[in-house]
Design a protein around this ligand. Sequence first.
Ligand SMILES: C[S@@+](CC[C@H](N)C(=O)[O-])C[C@H]1O[C@@H](n2cnc3c(N)ncnc32)[C@H](O)[C@@H]1O
Length: 219
Amino acid sequence: MQPEFWLERWQRGETGWHLPEINLHLREFWPRLGLPSTLQVFVPLCGKTLDLLWLASQGHRVIGVEISRRAVEEFFAEAGLVPEITEAGPLRRYRADEITLLCGDFFDLNTDHLREVGAVYDRASLIALPLELRPQYAAHFKALVPSAAPSLLITLDYDQSQMAGPPFSVHRAEVEQLFADRYAITELASFDVLDDSPNFRRRGLTALAEEVWRLDPRG
Ligand SMILES: C[S@@+](CC[C@H](N)C(=O)[O-])C[C@H]1O[C@@H](n2cnc3c(N)ncnc32)[C@H](O)[C@@H]1O
């Protein structure tokens, strides 16, 4: 997916992935990771998710990256926060209280941006990327995210021949292929969500699972 695809989706307000509430799986499974609230949490491809606010409410410092300036500015405006804006290399840093959003391309992030990260929450970023880009995403992720940081990952799994993405289907085998060199991977839950997704049913899906993964750094 080219950046223009996402910028146009935001421009046209076609943001069906955006939830009007905190993600239920985040609420349920994040506490099970047992992470100290002192950790900074990285949220890749964050959109304007309210999950950023929930993570901050748990005491975490939060850093997200999002390519759409509209998404970033709407996030702060809708949260009633006035961010301080500074340049951060090719990205633009918006910061208010404990939440920092880097506006720009994930692939332009460098180790300095994520130096303090201690955990990751990824909902719907891996599945936003086409098959050929996911290995690059995972490689860049592993190069930048400090090696001790665990992740909570939320993906979708369906028969990719029934529907073109995004969202793309990511099977267990691919999660393993992308991340098993660095992380022990545990599937925490798999939910049948086809009934919650009439749009995807209309597009031809006969089964749709939402899967929650825990990625723990090895050694
Ligand atoms: C499917 S949405 C998920 C948003 C968010 N994680 C959520 O749960 O609401 C994917 C987001 O990634 C952003 N995005 C896509 N490619 C990106 C890139 N290369 N760098 C930064 N953000 C990107 C899009 O603008 C979009 O907001």
